[in-house]
Design a binder for this molecule. Sequence first.
Ligand code: SF4
Ligand SMILES: [Zn+2]
Length: 295
Amino acid sequence: MSWITEEIVDGKKEKALNIVLPTKGCSYNKCYMCSYSLGITPKENLLEVVKNELENREVKKIKIFTSGSFLDSKEIRYEDQIEIFDYLSQKDIKEVTIETRPEFVDKEHLKKLKNTLNKNLEIAIGLESANDYVLKYCINKGFTYNDFLDATEILSALEIKIKAYVFLKPLFLTEYESILDSVKTCEKIEEIVDSVSINSMAIHKKTLAEYFWQRGEYKLPWIWSLIYVLNEIADLDFHTICHPVALGKRRGTHNCGKCDRDLGKLIAEYSLKNKKIEYYHECKEEWEKILKREW
Ligand code: SF4
Ligand SMILES: [Zn+2]
C-alpha cells in the first residue's frame, strides 16, 4: 500500500511517497489504541515491494511505515534493512524516513545503515507523551520518556533527523487533560526533535480503545482540540505535520459533521506552513462548554 503526500523537504514543498511495508508487524504490539499488526499478510521480499511502489514515481522523499519498527530485526532482518537502504541510495530522492520504537535504536547498526544511505535520514519515534504516567497507564507504551531520550541521544550523535509522534486523547484522559498533555509534550521535546507529527485517536478494531468506545465510555477528540494543540505549538522550534487518520469519520477525530471537511483542508495547509488556523463554526461553543466543565 502506498500514497503520496506533500511535505517540506530541505525547505521546499515536495512530493513524498508513503509506503506501508507488509512486515509481520510490531513485535511489541500492546499499545491500547493500536492494532496495526492485524490482518497483514507479510511478504518475504520487502525490497521488491519498495521497488514496485517507487517505480515511475517522481518523489523527493520516501516514508516507510512498517506497522511496527523498521529497525527491529524480528520484523525486518538487518540484511534486508541494508538492502533496502542500498537500493534507495541509488535513487533521485533527498530524504528517507523510517519509524521505530526507541529500544531498537542501536548505534553500531545505525552507523552501518547511515553509511549505506547517501540521503538525509529521518527516524520517527512514537513517543506519544512525555509523561510516564500517561505512557504507562493510558497507552501501555512499554517504554519511558527516558528511553526516548536515550534513543534521541544516539540519533543526534549520528546527525540523524528526529521526528516524534505525539498522541492526542489516549484512554482515561479527559478532552482537557489530553490537550494539556499533547502541548506539554511538545514543549518538553522542543530542543530535541526536528519535527513532530500530531496523531489523534482513531479507533482500531479489536483494541482496548474500541472496547471502551463501543460502550460509550470513551469519546473521540474534537477537531477543535486538535486545532487548539496545533495553534499552541505553531511557534515552537520544530516543524509540525498532522495527517489525522479517519478525520471527520465515526472512528476518527470529528466535530459536528458540517465543518469537519473544511477543517481537514486547513490542517493539511497547516502541515506545510505551520501558520495558526483561524476558523469558526457554531459547534465550537459546545466544545468550549465541555472543556470548561473539565478544568
Ligand atoms: S503503537 Fe507502535 S509500538 Fe504501539 S503497538 Fe502499535 S506499532 Fe507497536
Ligand atoms: Zn461544526
